[in-house]
Design a protein around this ligand. Structure first.
Ligand SMILES: Nc1nc2c(c(=O)[nH]1)N[C@H]1C(S)=C(S)[C@@H](COP(=O)(O)O)O[C@H]1N2
Ligand SMILES: [Mo]
Length: 437
């Protein structure tokens, strides 16, 4: 059975109406009764939640959810925006519709969630520790969260976090896994300490080639000894200025679902490298080999293959920097516009370790392109905002397409690129529908 705390109020009422009433109203009711027999105390308690006396409370049927409760809810996922699209609820996976990514700094409650296991319960930041160990450290060292915050300088960076499988739903033949459309991406401001400062404080050996992370989430099987996911990055990426051990998003503590109280953030690389609920980092003298680091996980064929091809394991390569990509975040797809009026368009563009140097839009399915105004990023590895104005020549159905080009001159493809067995790295152009009337 599902944990009740992990389901929404509607589902709770459908599955456990009596218990739900008890939870909400503070005492038991009878399925067919009204709430009239509830004690005054329960009604007053409910009133305090709803912001006023429930005037005709005694007439309200039992097992009916007060409508005002919905306004108080933060959606089906703890601490997250109700507009997220839930792809899976065990483990929790939810993506962000493009129009909710219009802020330059992605709000914490809007950032997508990709869990491979079950987030830890009852987190106590006071007793949280991070250990640095592995064959390539001189000596294991453990820091409390407080020590990390007090002993090292704090840095904030806008860092783009994108799941390697973002866009997977478009591959054909289909790839198994979360069927992300466009929303497994975001770019909040992250605050923490530099991973390199901590690694230098511990002292790493000259044979170090990779780091790997371990988090406090638990395996879906319930086996406490089974590691959910343990990935990492080469030591060169770990030692970059922007590689953070972070405890804050947009100056607030991390949402539980995004790794509270501590996580890694490697901007521009598959977000699977950014370990959540971080409790241990290992410094390795070889490529890290934790769960989901090997085999077909987060790897693509080293050389392009035909769609549906069987690829031997040894011909799969680890994904590093993510490819150039963009989103149209305003307007929302499906809007209408009066003929003759100009349409304001806005969006974001990012390119892994690189800069985006050009953003173009098209209203004729890519036949012609018009340059958008592209803004510089506030720091390396941040996405960039862009805006454009377009005019439509006549009434009818149009699509607006956006195409970004990186500093190496590589552009987004207009259709789904490079099929691969697990459906990673789809950076095809984003498009929205507009009806001109
Ligand atoms: N401990 C832990 N870290 C993790 C994961 C996880 O399941 N457990 N998922 C990874 C994957 S695959 C992605 S895409 C990102 C998602 O980060 P977010 O949920 O904060 O958006 O976290 C990564 N870090
Ligand atoms: Mo991911």
């Amino acid at each position: 059975m599902k944990k009740k705390s992990s389901i929404g109020i509607n589902e709770l009422y459908q599955k456990y109406p009596e218990e739900a009433d008890k939870l909400l109203w503070g005492r038991e009711s009878n399925k067919n009764s009204r709430r009239g027999f509830l004690k005054k105390g329960a009604l007053m308690f409910m009133g305090s939640i709803l912001g006023g006396k429930v005037v005709f409370g005694e007439h309200m049927p039992a097992n009916l959810i007060p409508a005002g409760i919905f306004d108080l809810q933060d959606g089906p996922i703890q601490g997250k925006h109700p507009g997220l699209l839930v792809l899976n609820d065990r483990p929790v996976n939810a993506e962000t519709p493009a129009h909710l990514l219009d802020d330059f700094q992605t709000p914490a409650d809007v950032l997508f969630v990709r869990n491979n296991g079950i987030p830890p319960q009852n987190i106590n930041p006071q007793s949280w520790t991070l250990s640095i160990e592995g064959e390539s450290v001189n000596q294991k060292k453990t820091y409390t969260l407080e020590e990390l915050k007090s002993r090292f300088q704090h840095y904030s960076y806008h860092l783009t976090l994108e799941c390697g499988g973002n866009g997977r739903s478009e591959f054909n033949p289909p790839a198994k896994g979360n069927q992300w459309t466009t929303g497994a991406v975001g770019c909040p401001k992250w605050t923490g300490v530099r991973l390199k400062d901590v690694l230098n404080d511990v002292g790493i050996k000259s044979d170090a080639v990779y780091i790997g992370y371990y988090g406090k989430d638990t395996h879906l099987s319930g086996d406490p000894d089974k590691v959910v996911i343990s990935r990492g990055v080469p030591i060169s990426k770990a030692m970059e200025d922007e590689s953070l051990i972070a405890w804050a998003i947009n100056d607030e503590e991390l949402p539980l679902m995004n790794g509270n109280p501590l996580r890694l953030v490697f901007g521009g690389w598959p977000a699977s490298t950014s370990g959540k609920w971080l409790s241990k980092i290992v410094v390795r003298n070889k490529v890290h080999d934790g769960p989901k680091m090997t085999g077909y996980s987060y790897r693509v064929p080293c050389k392009p293959v035909a769609p549906g091809a069987k690829v031997p394991e040894e011909e799969m390569c680890i994904i590093e920097s993510m490819p150039v990509k963009s989103l149209i975040t305003y307007p929302k797809s499906g809007g209408m516009l009066k003929l003759g009026r100009e349409l304001q368009i806005r969006g974001k563009a990012w390119a892994g370790d690189l800069l985006v140097k050009k953003l173009q839009v098209s209203i004729d399915f890519g036949k012609t392109w018009q340059d958008a105004k592209l803004n510089p990023p506030p720091n390396r590895l941040s996405w960039q905002s862009w805006e454009a104005k377009v005019k439509f020549p006549e009434k009818g159905y149009f699509e607006v397409w956006a195409k970004a080009t990186d500093s190496m001159g590589i552009s987004q493809p207009m259709i789904v690129p490079g099929w691969n067995p697990r459906g990673y790295l789809n950076n095809a152009c984003h498009r929205i529908a507009i009806r001109v009337t």
